[in-house]
Design a protein around this ligand. Structure first.
Ligand SMILES: Nc1ncnc2c1ncn2[C@@H]1O[C@H](COP(=O)(O)OP(=O)(O)OP(=O)(O)O)[C@@H](O)[C@H]1O
Ligand SMILES: [Mg+2]
Length: 249
């Protein structure tokens, strides 16, 4: 596959140290256009750090990051957003008193779609509210929303920047089975519309049902990468999750 399709995102030998802590080491990762890719791994494996270096929140100490055919290592976060790479955070970060619509409008401005007419902006806003099932809540402040709705506002805020690649850090953490199913359906709809997605999740059934590819991180290193069915059978992946004793017994 790799020989035919040009990867949308490519990391080569990416490393990150925090003092004596090696959070990432020699990470290679490719995300192909139109796929839902995922990164899994135990707590502290380096997953969020990986998103932080991709989005310019922190700078990698080694390696190269290419997005849509150009190097983005060292670029400021707002420039990376404008190139089409948007993210959500592991913990909800909304402005309590701002409405859903206000959150989306701010994000649209941040992405600075020059020359977009008021009508086109309004159409995009309505599409966003519809795809996220937030039309009825559009003018309510974030603090009035359910947890599931707040999570969808976070996703909507990233989508409002019109990304090519959407990064989601644990999008279904703390959600009910029903809310999780709604997010899976939403992400499938977005993939059908041509969006590429890279997500971090601990919910294995969610990952295995939804994702086209899985990369496994353990102690900052990629220990496996492939299709979900194949990854589930890898003994060293099970070992990383279940602990060394459990699998050697
Ligand atoms: N800003 C920072 N300063 C110092 N150490 C950090 C910093 N950010 C992350 N780390 C360390 O880097 C390692 C990887 O952390 P990271 O948050 O990326 O893990 P994670 O895979 O996202 O874990 P979780 O599943 O719990 O969210 C951990 O040892 C963490 O303590
Ligand atoms: Mg994390």
């Amino acid at each position: 596959m790799g020989a035919v399709a040009e990867a949308l995102l490519r990391l080569s030998g990416v490393g990150k140290r925090f003092g004596g802590v090696i959070a990432l080491e020699g990470v290679d990762l490719e995300v192909n256009p139109g796929e839902i890719a995922s990164v899994i791994g135990p707590n502290g494996a380096g997953k969020t750090t990986l998103f932080n270096v991709m989005t310019g929140a922190i700078t990698a100490t080694a390696g190269a990051i290419e997005f849509a055919g150009r190097p983005i290592g060292g670029l400021r976060p707002y420039r990376i957003v404008r190139l089409g790479l948007a993210r959500t955070f592991q913990n909800i970060r909304l402005f309590h008193s701002l409405t859903v619509r206000e959150h989306f409008r701010l994000a649209q401005h941040a992405a600075a779609r020059r020359g977009e007419s008021r009508e086109a902006g309004a159409t995009r806003m309505n599409e966003l509210l519809d795809v996220l099932d937030l039309r009825a809540a559009a003018d309510r402040p974030a603090t009035d929303l359910s947890y599931g709705q707040q999570r969808r506002v976070e996703i909507g805020r990233a989508l409002a920047t019109a990304p090519k690649l959407l990064l989601l850090d644990e999008p279904v953490a703390g959600m009910s089975r029903e809310e999780t199913g709604a997010i899976a359906a939403l992400l499938r709809r977005l993939r059908e519309r041509g969006l590429t997605i890279l997500l971090i999740e601990h919910d294995m059934s969610f990952v295995m049902d939804l994702c086209d590819s899985v990369t496994v991180l353990d102690f900052g290193n990629v220990i496996a990468c492939g299709e979900p069915a194949q990854i589930q059978r890898e003994p060293h992946v099970l070992e990383a999750y279940l602990g060394r004793e459990a699998t050697s017994a």
